[in-house]
Design a protein around this ligand. Structure first.
Ligand SMILES: Nc1ncnc2c1ncn2[C@@H]1O[C@H](COP(=O)(O)OP(=O)(O)OP(=O)(O)O)[C@@H](O)[C@H]1O
Ligand SMILES: Nc1ccn([C@H]2C[C@H](O)[C@@H](COP(=O)(O)O)O2)c(=O)n1
Length: 235
């Protein structure tokens, strides 16, 4: 049995399915799961809660450096606690989704959150080997390229703009008619445009495998990512 520790990195644009697919992959392989987007969302909620002006870069960076954030890594029940408070729901509000790019494009915030993400990944990787079901799936926008460029498996999960808008619209509004899709446009496309100014998640970097889920259903997408893991991490 191999004692190799596995790190699986997944990036992609909004609505491509990173979170749901990564969670399912981690559960299937009995690995930990890290949602790095949730960390940027928590940082946004933290700043808003302290009354920090999101346009004041140094103040935002300072607030994030002292942010007491705890990430729970069980893919069956991932948790996010800020100063001991469960904020899993609070970080998904439209207010946070609309404001998060202002925080995520602050380079000092990125440096701090990347440091924390690497520490979490290293701690998980040190905990055991893949054969024991240990290791981690980490997903976001810069995991394959900056946070964990040495990951065993690096996947860029994409989907067409239309598919991503439809999925997000179904998720948020329970419908994918024209007006529902229009209402999700800012949360998906404007956010991607802003986030793409600091991370490269629209084209696969060297060594990163693209999985295009536009014409795949959820289970087929999970299987496609597992197949890449099988080819790259010796699963
Ligand atoms: N292949 C797929 N086919 C159909 N629906 C999917 C597929 N993959 C994911 N979904 C659904 O699309 C929605 C968006 O997925 P998810 O939240 O995982 O995307 P994301 O890339 O993490 O987005 P964001 O970065 O904006 O948080 C969810 O409702 C999810 O169940
Ligand atoms: N590694 C990451 C993860 C996320 N972000 C930004 C991009 C989003 O606007 C925001 C929230 O992410 P989501 O929950 O929608 O995946 O955080 C980033 O810049 N880098």
């Amino acid at each position: 049995m191999s004692s190799h520790v596995v790190v699986i990195a997944v990036d992609g644009p909004s609505g491509s399915g990173k979170s749901s697919v990564s969670k399912a992959v981690a559960a299937r392989l009995r690995l930990a799961y890290l949602d790095t987007g949730a960390m940027y969302r928590a940082a946004t909620l933290w700043c808003v809660g302290r009354g920090t002006d999101l346009a004041d870069g140094p103040a935002v960076a300072h607030a994030v450096r002292v942010m007491p954030l705890d990430m729970g890594l069980d893919p069956a029940a991932p948790t996010v606690h800020l100063d001991g408070r469960d904020v899993a729901e609070a970080i998904r509000t439209t207010e946070v989704s609309t404001a998060v790019s202002a925080v995520a494009t602050n380079l000092d915030v990125r440096a701090e959150l990347r440091r924390r993400q690497r520490a979490i990944i290293e701690a998980e990787a040190a905990a055991g080997g893949f054969s024991d079901g240990r290791g981690i799936v980490a997903e976001g926008r810069d995991i394959t390229t900056v946070v964990a460029p040495d990951a065993d498996t690096r996947v860029l999960l994409t989907a067409s703009e239309a598919a991503r808008l439809r999925r997000r619209s179904l998720e948020v509004h329970g419908a994918a008619d024209d007006s529902a899709v229009e209402a999700t446009r800012d949360q998906v496309l404007r956010r991607d445009r802003d986030d793409a100014t600091v991370s490269q998640f629209q084209v696969a970097a060297d060594g990163v495998v693209t999985v295009d889920s536009s014409d795949l259903d959820f289970e087929q997408t999970v299987d496609a990512v597992l197949a890449v893991v099988g080819q790259t991490a010796g699963a």
